[in-house]
Design a protein around this ligand. Structure first.
Ligand SMILES: Cc1cc2nc3c(=O)[nH]c(=O)nc-3n(C[C@H](O)[C@H](O)[C@H](O)COP(=O)(O)OP(=O)(O)OC[C@H]3O[C@@H](n4cnc5c(N)ncnc54)[C@H](O)[C@@H]3O)c2cc1C
Length: 315
């Protein structure tokens, strides 16, 4: 059995969990096991999960918010009851904070940020990104079991399976948390940066926070999320949750548009796994051009208004 943790928001399975589910289903198929999902109660869309290849769902009752220590214990208890060979998580913020804890608790190996697997000598081996996305390496577990976290946007969602899903309750007693949630402010209506397909990101080349209007307009026209380089967040021009890079969020959208960002190694560490990188910079020597799939060398203050105008017309 391959067990995948399914996270949801307002009843919708998160995209990162759908990817983890697709990975778990393919892994289960290759090892001749079945893929099962673990989900906090009340959000089961059997058709959707069946299409992703999940055959059984285990639901447990839980409060709206669990901290990472509580999540760890949820998974530990699920493991004791179900004895899966592999536990699959997304390498999102929850997966990053609980993957290591679960591995220690269960005394199993953890392979994080996985993007692919294949069978070698009838054992699955896993490909992951290393050195801040500069290289890839294949890893195997010593024993044929362990914990895997799947890189968001790293594997894909494949709703092409047609499994019948059975739903069961699993009895999990949730310990009281050590952390008390006092206040929670969720940004309404915006795609979280880590889930966005297209990201429009800008840096110090914008010169002043008031110039972000055109960046926001471009993002709206493309239905994209906005991001920024670190100095821009440090200066208070943009909120810190938009800061991407080595010390910020790591993302892997289909399209990353970098505007007025030099492409320092610490910035690239968080974005160079993007599928397509578009760079707009006036300096032909800007290091970002080396990582770019498409580049426009010119003044952003001329290019962005023209781009917005063209997109408005095309719409
Ligand atoms: C330990 C450590 C961790 C770090 N972590 C991060 C991190 O997580 N994320 C991060 O982003 N940085 C990080 N940094 C900082 C990083 O090294 C760079 O300083 C930073 O990324 C530079 O930001 P920038 O590209 O916006 O600004 P700059 O380096 O100032 O680049 C601005 C760019 O805009 C271009 N430009 C200017 N005017 C125009 C115009 N009119 N039209 C077009 N282009 C124009 C310039 O040619 C230039 O390339 C870290 C640094 C350290 C030491």
């Amino acid at each position: 059995m391959v067990l995948v943790l399914l996270e949801h928001k307002d009843g919708e399975i998160k995209k990162s969990s759908k990817e983890a589910a697709s990975f778990a289903a393919d892994l289960a198929m290759s090892t001749g096991e079945k893929a099962v999902g673990l989900i906090a109660g009340g959000a089961t869309n059997s058709n959707e999960l069946g299409a992703l290849g999940i055959e059984e769902i285990f639901e447990f009752e839980a409060a709206d918010y669990l901290d990472s220590q509580q999540w760890t214990q949820v998974i530990e208890q699920a493991y004791q009851k179900l004895q899966p060979t592999f536990i699959v998580l997304s390498n999102n913020s929850l997966g990053k904070s609980i993957g290591g804890r679960i591995a220690v608790r269960l005394n199993k190996g953890l392979i994080s940020n996985v993007i692919q697997f294949k069978s070698e000598e009838s054992k699955p081996i896993f490909r992951k990104s290393v050195y801040s996305g500069k290289a890839f390496a294949w890893y195997a577990f010593q024993s044929n079991e362990g914990i895997i976290s799947v890189m968001p946007h790293g594997y894909g969602v494949f709703p092409n399976k047609n499994k019948q899903v059975t739903a069961s309750k699993i009895d999990i007693s949730i310990p009281s948390g050590n952390v008390k949630l006092k206040e929670r402010n969720l940004l309404k209506g915006k795609t979280p940066l880590t889930e966005a397909d297209i990201v429009v990101s800008a840096g110090r080349g914008l010169k002043d926070p008031s110039n972000w209007k055109m960046i926001e307009e471009l993002a709206d026209l493309l239905n994209a999320a906005t991001a920024c380089s670190r100095p821009v967040a440090d200066a208070g021009w943009r909120p810190h949750y938009e800061h991407v890079g080595q010390t910020g969020i790591a993302i892997r959208p289909n399209v990353y548009i970098a505007i007025g960002i030099s492409g320092a190694i610490q910035h690239l560490a968080g974005v160079n796994n993007s599928k397509n990188i578009v760079v707009i910079n006036k300096d032909p020597e800007a290091p970002f051009f080396k990582a770019a799939d498409y580049g426009i060398c010119g003044d952003l203050f001329e290019i962005i208004p023209k781009l917005n105008e063209a997109l408005r017309r095309a719409k």
